[in-house]
Design a binder for this molecule. Structure first.
Ligand code: PLP
Length: 375
């Protein structure tokens, strides 16, 4: 059994993907081919925003926005404590200070009440200037934007949606990667919409920001690549990746997103009452980058993972360490009491095999092992 079966997906779409790649090879337009612009237009339309700007990966997508916003030393940026390293990394990379905020135990996402508390605390300390919030759509579930955006407005903060895992989710029909002032996603192969290498994108309705990001991703170009008006980076999605993504986006929209939600229901039916199953609040729709359960304690979680492994079933621990405990952030000051939920989650979460091509039989097999282990 595969944790995320990319081979099954390729087999299903082999003819289309092969011919899409072949077309790029024959035209030899490896960088900046027409597929890149076509993909950006399709993505912007699907998400429901004016601009989609592709780039090299999801981390750089966030960095480009932070650069465009001029986030710098002395600025505070609020980031969930329970996320992939990138979300905090890009803040420090720009010289600013990430302020980690605990998450909601049910949704795994940024806790709005604790966010406001952290903002007030930062203001009261008076050392840093609160500048932005980076909510994460963890495991495919959009963060609580209705509440977060109210707080952002109250304290005049920018919001960057880290939709690396969230592409395809929505809140009452409004799609992920359209919340806040800008959003980003990743096309890393295992993400909800993945390519065959690295890739990422920035989404925004802000014309000025879009122009700036387009310049920054091509060496700070002015009128052209050889007219450089600011210091930028080189961050491109190549044509082969765009061609692959065009095929995969169609599959994602046609059936894959619904398929993972069907798998989610199959898991829930079998695991409800056995372990703590994912909580999707009313009006929220997840793209299920992960199906993550909670066990009673670390001993039970680690024991279950070993048991699954014995039966040939892969599982993953996302995440085993809170951001504030990462060695790279050892210089920052923390109050350990601020991270009660994340500290617990890192000990009790377990992500099960989840992808559009997993069969109901496989889901049953996974759940049977869990049931026999728990009771
Ligand atoms: C994967 C991921 C990223 C980074 O994406 P890359 O394309 O690997 O750079 C950022 N944030 C979160 C939450 C992610 O899961």
């Amino acid at each position: 059994m595969q944790f995320r079966d990319l081979k099954a997906q390729y087999q299903k779409y082999k003819a289309e993907i092969d011919s899409a790649i072949q077309e790029v090879l024959l035209n030899a337009n490896f960088i900046g081919g027409k597929q890149v612009g076509e993909l950006e237009a399709l993505l912007a339309e699907y998400v429901g925003v004016k601009h989609c700007i592709s780039c090299a990966n999801g981390t750089e997508a966030m960095t480009l926005v932070a650069m465009a916003w001029g986030i710098k030393a002395g600025d505070a940026v609020f980031v969930p404590d329970f996320t992939f390293f990138s979300t905090g990394e890009i803040v420090s990379f720009e010289g600013a200070t990430p302020i980690f905020v605990d998450v909601d135990r049910d949704t795994f996402n940024l806790d709005p009440a604790k966010l406001e508390k952290a903002i007030r605390k930062t203001i009261a300390k008076g050392k840093l200037t609160p500048k932005a919030i980076i909510p994460v759509d963890l495991f495919g579930l959009p963060a609580n934007y209705p509440e977060i955006l109210k707080i952002a407005k109250k304290y005049n903060l920018l919001v960057l949606e880290d939709g690396a895992q969230g592409f395809g989710g929505n809140i009452n029909g409004q799609r992920a990667c359209s919340f806040g002032d800008a959003a980003t996603t990743s096309f890393f192969p295992a993400k909800p919409l993945g390519c065959y290498g690295d890739g990422g994108a920035v989404f925004t309705n802000d014309d000025e920001l879009a122009q700036l990001v387009k310049s920054l991703k091509v060496h700070g170009k002015g009128d052209n690549k050889y007219d450089n008006v600011r210091i930028g980076v080189n961050s491109r999605l190549d044509t082969i990746q765009a061609a692959v993504l065009k095929v995969k986006l169609k599959a994602f929209i046609n059936h894959e997103l619904e398929d993972v939600n069907r798998v989610y229901r199959h898991y829930n039916e079998r695991l409800d009452g056995v372990v703590e199953i994912p909580v999707i609040p009313d009006g929220f729709y997840s793209s299920f980058a992960q199906y993550t359960i909670k066990l009673k304690n670390k001993e039970q979680r680690d024991g279950l993972q070993a048991k699954l492994k014995e039966q040939g079933i892969p599982s993953m621990i996302y995440y085993i360490k809170p951001m504030h405990k990462q060695g790279a952030f050892a210089d920052l000051e923390f109050d350990e009491n601020d991270f009660e939920v994340t500290n617990e989650l890192c000990d009790i979460v377990l992500s099960l095999p989840m992808h559009p091509y997993i069969t109901e039989e496989d889901v049953t097999a996974v759940c049977d092992v869990i049931k026999s282990y728990i009771v």
